[in-house]
Design a protein around this ligand. Structure first.
Ligand code: PLP
Length: 239
């Protein structure tokens, strides 16, 4: 099956296919498919396609920009899906993000964590689940906190009464060969395990948000609990 399909095509078939691949990857690694949430990343795709995805059973939708997401969320409904922010969040958009999203995957600085916490207090949002984005390859072009600075950020988030640290997220360097991404996924899992052992995720094991269209199977084999899949569901992005 090719992923270069018309962007306006009904995503139903492709969702079924992605779910099947998730199930197979889970079974290969002796995991339960239900441990893995599929987050359909709808960025650049029009509302009606997202609506079709919801009708096809998608419960979690992700966007990478607050501004683009806002129109879609308002029109499809704030509670039509669980909305995930997976892209870099600018401080001046924190207030909108708190109003629009259920989960923020991209907390990447102490300043942003403190700001989100303050906005939650002002907006009377009791609790905001967040993941910390880790830039494992120290790429200048990518956001995310470095591994070295991670412990400090973890402790700040942990001290923010309105933020609940649920896990870690990464966006590894792109390789044609998905297998080359494996060491980054493994590294994120080790970091998650270490934080979990220190009690940072409470009774939970801690989420691992990792894996995209071309490498989510490798990510699942390495423990991903949230895969962020755009192209394999909605087709190529045109913008
Ligand atoms: C776009 C995007 C994805 C999905 O990428 P695909 O390759 O289209 O599956 C996942 N995560 C983030 C942070 C993204 O920006």
């Amino acid at each position: 099956m090719t992923e270069k399909t018309n962007i306006a095509a009904d995503p139903r078939e492709r969702i079924r296919h992605v779910l099947e691949r998730i199930r197979e990857a889970a079974e290969r690694s002796e995991r339960e498919p239900k441990e893995i949430s599929l987050i359909a990343i709808g960025k650049t795709h029009p509302e009606f396609v997202l609506k079709q995805a919801i009708e096809a059973g998608i419960t979690d939708l992700g966007e990478n920009r607050v501004q683009e997401a806002e129109g879609k969320i308002v029109s499809l409904g704030r509670h039509a899906a669980r909305w995930h922010l997976v892209g870099h969040l600018q401080a001046n958009k924190a207030k909108r993000a708190v109003a629009l999203f259920d989960v923020i995957h991209s907390v990447d600085s102490v300043a942003l964590a403190r700001r989100l916490n303050r906005v939650c207090a002002e907006e009377k949002r009791e609790e905001l689940p967040v993941l910390i984005q880790v830039n494992l390859a120290n790429e200048d072009t990518k956001s995310g906190i470095t591994e070295v600075a991670l412990p400090e950020l973890v402790s700040v988030v942990n001290d923010c009464p309105h933020l609940r640290l649920t896990g870690l997220m990464t966006l590894p360097p792109f390789f044609e060969e998905p297998e080359k991404t494996r060491p980054f996924f493994r590294k994120l899992r080790e970091l998650r395990d270490r934080l979990g052992a220190q009690g940072y995720f409470g009774a939970q094991r801690g989420e691992l948000s990792m894996g995209m269209s071309h490498d989510f199977e490798v990510a699942i084999e390495e423990g991903a609990t949230m895969v962020r899949v755009g192209t394999a569901i909605f087709g190529e992005r045109t913008s």
